[in-house]
Design a protein. Sequence first.
Lengths: 101, 693
Amino acid sequence: MNSLTTYIIISIVLFLLGLLAMMTRKNAISVLMGVELILNSAGLAFVAFGRFVAGNLDGQTAALFIIIVAAAEAAVALAVFLNYYRLKATAEVDKADALRG
Amino acid sequence: MLAIVLSILLAPLAAFALVIFFGRWLPRGGDWVSLIAIWGGLGLSLYLFFARILVAYNPTFLENFSFDWLVWGDYRLTVGIALDNMAVMMLVVVTLVSAVVHLFSIGYMKGDPRYSQFFAYLSFFSFSMLGLVLADNLLVIYAFWELVGLSSYLLIGFWYEKDSASDAGKKAFITNRVGDAGMLVGILLVFTVLGTMNLREITEGVAAGKLSGGLLTTAGICLFLGAVGKSAQFPLHVWLPDAMEGPTPVSALIHAATMVAAGVYLTARIFVILTVDASLVIAYVGGFTAIFAATIAVAQNDIKRVLAYSTVSQLGYMVMALGVGAYTAGFFHLVTHAMFKACLFLGSGSVIHALHHALHHAGSHADAQDLRNMGGLRKRMPLTFWTFLIATVALSGVPLTSGFISKDAILGGTLAFVMEHPVHWPLALFGFCAAALTAFYMFRLVYLAFAGTFRGSPQAESHLRESPAVITAPLIILSTLCFFAFFTLPALNPTTPEGGWFAHLFPNPPRAYETALSGEHAAVAGHGAEAATESLHHTAHNAAMLISILVAGLGIWIATLGYYWKRISPAYWQTRFGVLYRGMFHKWWSDEIYDATVIKGTLGFSRLLAWFDLRGIDGVVNGSAWLTRWASVVQGWFDLRVVDGLVNRAAWFVGVWGKFVRRFQSGQIQRYIFYSLLVVGIVVVLNWFGGLR
């Protein structure tokens, strides 16, 4: 069971779960969680490909970048949400429709 | 020399400008400015005359001052002043008559509301005439010619509150324009052929044979047309009697020395280039005018109108003299006539002035110019009477006067011409009949005005006074100059100008076309013929003198019989020759004929044109407007429906599409993610089936 396929399947499942969370959750924090799941599924896929296909450290390097970017993104996103909450007194993303046509 | 001439010319212009602009603020309305200008001009002209002409005593004296006015490529238009004997003589005549008229006007125009303006116009008139006299160039002559026309218009219509005066001004101007048009054609004709407008160069060109034959005749007649207008020759004489509506000093100025003399002066200037045919036309026009106007003068009752027709008649004499080749005689008559006609007009002005005041005091509204309201003025106005009588005697051609010798010279010249060419006998007939008529109507005038008893009310008679000195002084000056000796010195022969300074300084010039035709060969042969012509002239002259004394005596005798001794009744003869008398009285219906032909014709033609304008031109304009309007309606419909329709449809489509599409932009990020997923799903599915390969 210790093969590439297993990892990729887990990665896909993680991605789909993240996507589902992004699309369905109302709370902004939950959406952010979905985003984190997607990022981590990508990181897992990088590491798996790096281990089984490339055989070097490139995949792990990319995963490290993702973690760093995710951390920064989380900080920015939380700051946006905080301001959004101050403005609208809610954290529900479907209320954020100022750009509606 | 040039400075003197220029000051004579420009002083009246300066006076005009000064008086017309600042006359209101000058003491006495600025009349002294005009007087100084013209009397100064007279002094300088007399200086030129005595110091230059009489001392030099040279018949071909000529000083030319000219400068380039316009330069077109190779052609230079040179204008300037040509000072010859004729110009100096005319300077003296013009300034003399103008100066006494200025003096006279002080008395005559006293109290007129536009006193100052009158003097300004007089100065302007003098300036125009002096410029005309001095010009060496047809173009400049034409310019001054028109200035004379303009200033005559201003002066004739001076009392423009009266309709008759303003009409007379217009009539004078318009009638003159007719002649001027012909003159312009003549000038352009000469210019086209010879390429110059300078009088001396034109003469040289004709002498060299560059312009000859029918074309030269036409040019001569065209130029003469200008003189017909200005000098009131038949058939353009109609303006002159009407011009009597102007103040009397103006009549004196126009009729004696300035305007009407301009035509004769021009004819004398172009005398050398006239051909035989052109001369003949000129002679007949002049002769016919002389007799025609004399008959009219006989039947007029207005003192100024009699004098006006007399002027027309005398101008006819001068023109006839020039036509028959008696150049000296024609110009001589111009000079002498200027003196006595000015005297007569100013005398009539004195009479009118006095009578007007007398009638005004008596509360009568009778016409102060009508001879029937006069009579017996001799006792009341002795100075006016005697000067008037002297001038009348001169005009009638009684021996010992200047008029006798000048008229006699004309009649002698005409008779000589007729003896050479017997076919043209009517010219002599015209001349002698006009002489008899002149004597008759002038003495009729004198008897009616001055002899007998006053025909107005006794009250008016008691107010009749001799005019003041400013009015009588000019009369005395001018009547003195009617004496023959002023014109015949150093000879003291009262019968002929021959041997006097005038005949010496103004000999008959050789005809230019003759020089062109004959050349030297014929000139040598011509000497014998010349002697023969001279003896012919001598015979003709003596005969003419006898006949003219006879006819003048006859005229005076009949006038005396009819109006002084009352032996024959004018009324009886008037009814006896009813048609003839009515013709004379109504000026041979010349105004009526003009009215029926030219004026009615012009009006009819104008009406026709007006109709065409209204129907034809306006119809086209209105039609095009209608067409444009309907085209606009169609275009507007097309614009509204088709063009706007397309634009609106496009806008509508965009709007509908936009409404549909805006639904997708909900602003909710989660939906966008769903759409992305959907698209990815579609792509994957299509890829699966190989649709995107």
